[in-house]
Structure formats: C-alpha cells, structure tokens
Design a binder for this molecule. Structure first.
Ligand code: CA
Length: 284
C-alpha cells in the first residue's frame, strides 16, 4: 500500500558539465556509441536510472552511471582531454540525509526511478530524516510505501487463522487483534513492515492499494478518510487490472470502515468487500 497526493509536471532535464573530467566507475549501467556530448546527455535524460554520464570524444563512447560527483567525489578525475562529465541536475535528491526530500511526491517521475530515498516530512533539521521506498511507476508515481504485508495462513485464504501480518499500529479496541505490529518503514515491496500509522497522513491523503492477485485501486478521501481514520464514502478508481483473476472485487470500492470493533479496517464497494485488513489470526 502506498500513499500520495502528488501532482506532477514534466520538466526539462538539465545537466551540469565538467570538461576534461570523468567519473571513474568500473560498473557503468551501460555504454553506448554516440557522436557528441549533447547526444550522450539526451540519451541519459531519457533513462531514469542514469544519474550522470561520461562522454569520451576519442572513442565516441557514452557511459551511463548511477553514481554522481556528489555521492562519489573521490571518483572524479580531471585532465582527460576530450572527455566530458555530465551530471543531471537534481539527480542527488534524497540520496543522503542532507538532501532529504519532503516526500516521494516531490520527485519527478521522468528522472527519478522507484527506489529508496531519504525523506524529512517535518522539514527543518534533517537530523530526523529517514529512508522510505518511493514508487514512481504507477499513475505518475510519487507514492510512498507505507505498508507491505504477508499472510499468516494463505492457504486456505478464508481460514479463520489467516490474517495480514504484520499490521500497522492503527487504533483498535478489539481484543482479538493479535498479529505483530510493525513501525519500521518498508524499504521494498517484499519488506513486510509498516510506518507508524500517525505518519501516513504526512505523505498524502490518496492511497494506492496494490495486490498480487487483484485489481489495484487508487482512493481519495471524501467523508471517509483512511489516514484520518474516519468512516464513510471514499472515491476510488482502478489503477491496474491484474489479468489472471477476474472477480467481483474488480469494481472500485466506495466506502472506508475503521477497525475499532473488528479485526481490521475494510474497503468496501456496493455489496463487495474489496480489502479487509484482518489482524486476527486466532479465532474461536
Ligand atoms: Ca526534520
């Protein structure tokens, strides 16, 4: 599950240039033959993973790099006649605590790939910055991964012992909720952990629900609001169809229900339960 309230704009890609310099990287992302440094920059601009590039005029080679002179100053060497080192402007944002971003939605999808970034949602000193996973591929990107979960007993799925695990520390009065709680931000989609629930709203109000087997949905708050923990109507649209399973849950949900007196919150549609984040693994 990821959340955002991103609005995106396409920007030009800018480069800083160091003539007669190279970033000595033994493992470039790729090397291509090009005619000029401009052509090298254009190709790097189109490749999200390319943060900087070396152009060598002698052999007309353009090497794409995932490192930059900011992160690897010691690897930059000058005095190479005919070489040009090109660095994407803003390629370093979120790469170290000192360059922490407010949230994933501040990234530009055209040159920031999905991955781990440093964020500092409360601004000011970056001493309390921390790492998160930004998803930059779905519906314009800008999603912050706030929770990734597994199941206690996937087979059979409807077993009373099946529950999501771990769960976020959202409020519940229900004594039977008994799966472990996580408050560690997940750093990739298979890292089963969760942000502290009170932090979710700092990254936006819109939620992307992903699934391995079901249609993905993007939901915005209305009267109901997941991150503010308010029951009621929400507004959802399908973000991606998962072709292997066609089921009734494909229709977008329209209601959020909290977890005060049940095993977990629910996302429902017209007579359909799309997501039930069941945190009870032992039931009578
Ligand atoms: Ca701060």
């Amino acid at each position: 599950m990821s959340i955002t309230n991103a609005t995106h704009e396409q920007r030009q890609t800018l480069f800083t240039i160091k003539e007669n310099c190279l970033l000595l990287d033994r493992n470039p992302l790729s090397v291509k033959a090009v005619d000029s440094s401009v052509s090298c920059a254009l190709r790097c601009a189109r490749e999200k993973r390319c943060k900087s590039a070396n152009f060598v005029s002698g052999d007309k080679s353009c090497s794409f790099l995932d490192k930059t002179q900011t992160s690897h100053t010691h690897l930059v060497q000058c005095g190479h006649v005919g070489a040009v080192y090109l660095k994407k402007v803003n390629s370093d944002v979120g790469s170290i605590p000192q360059l922490a971003i407010p949230s994933c939605k501040s990234l530009n999808e055209s040159f920031h790939p999905s991955g781990v970034y440093w964020v500092d949602p409360d601004g000011g000193s970056h001493d309390n910055a921390f790492k998160v996973y930004c998803e930059m591929d779905t519906d314009g990107g800008g999603w912050t991964l706030v929770w990734s979960y597994n199941f206690t007993r996937y087979q059979p799925f409807n077993s009373t012992q099946n529950a999501v695990t771990p769960r976020p520390n959202w409020p519940t009065n229900y004594a039977r909720v008994d799966v472990p709680i996580s408050t560690i931000p997940p750093l990739h989609e298979g890292d089963y952990n969760a942000f502290s629930f009170s932090l979710w709203k700092k990254f936006g109000q819109e939620i992307l629900f992903k699934s391995n087997i079901m249609t993905w949905f993007i939901c915005s708050p209305d009267v109901g609001n997941f991150v503010e923990w308010k029951d009621g109507r929400i507004s959802c649209k399908a973000a991606k169809r998962i072709s292997k399973v066609q089921c009734v849950n494909d229709s977008p949900p329209n209601e959020f229900k909290r977890a005060e007196h049940t095993c977990g919150p629910r996302i429902k549609g017209y007579g359909v339960l799309n997501f039930y984040f069941d945190g009870c693994k032992t039931k009578p």
